[in-house]
Design a protein around this ligand. Structure first.
Ligand SMILES: [Zn+2]
Length: 207
């Protein structure tokens, strides 16, 4: 059996490749499939191995893979990512469409009397995280998923993500081992003050 090297790779769309190089099998799986159920990853392995060794692909694996990729959520994700990728990165806070520092400063003066100290603002390096954004207290950084730095994404949706993370800044919680985000009642009450809350939630659910 040859050596394997398997990695997730930021293809512009959902794509998986396998190559034999100097006796080594190089496998690249779309990073959009990171977090896919293990059965789906097994099916991808089956399909890729069948391809390179010219064996028939079992229908079960083909069906399972196709079904997963065409599922609503995946299709939307890949559609947005396809449009966003292939451009140069501009800077940590300034995206192609939205400038996270400007959004933070604006929200800070509108809702927090300018009292919050601005943490490092950055877009996530990858596109396909389940999280919309998160606040990392260890590095004092607000990270927003790069998927949302796109003209098809309304400004209020990005603002809502940043606003939510600003509330985490305002209401810090002690984490006991878990990275789950905790929303105490005062957090939730203040979140409800955000204008366009319903539209933002509705839009973000679509992604
Ligand atoms: Zn949260």
């Amino acid at each position: 059996m040859p050596d394997f090297r398997v990695e997730f790779f930021p293809f512009a769309n959902i794509n998986n490749t396998i190559r034999l190089r100097e006796g080594r099998l190089l496998v690249r799986i779309s990073d959009l499939l990171e977090g896919a159920p293990e059965t789906v990853l097994e099916s991808i392995a089956h399909i890729l191995l069948a391809k390179i060794y010219r064996k028939p692909i079992e229908r079960l694996h083909n069906t399972r893979y196709r079904r997963y990729v065409s599922s609503h959520e995946m299709a939307n994700k890949s559609h947005l990512v396809r449009q966003v990728r292939g451009r140069k990165l501009v800077g940590p806070a300034k995206g192609h469409v939205y400038d996270l520092e400007a959004i933070f400063d604006d929200l800070n003066s509108r809702f927090f009397n300018g009292l919050l100290g601005r943490p490092q603002m950055t877009w996530s390096r990858d596109h396909a995280r389940n999280a919309l954004g998160h606040y990392d207290p260890a590095h004092n950084t607000i990270v927003v998923s790069r998927v949302f730095d796109h003209g098809r994404v309304p400004r209020y949706a990005v603002e809502y993500i940043v606003y939510h993370e600003m509330l985490h800044l305002k209401y810090p919680v002690k984490l006991r081992g878990s990275r789950r985000c905790v929303h105490p009642p005062e957090f939730q009450a203040e979140e409800n003050l955000f204008p366009h809350l319903e539209e933002a939630k509705k839009f973000l659910k679509v992604l």
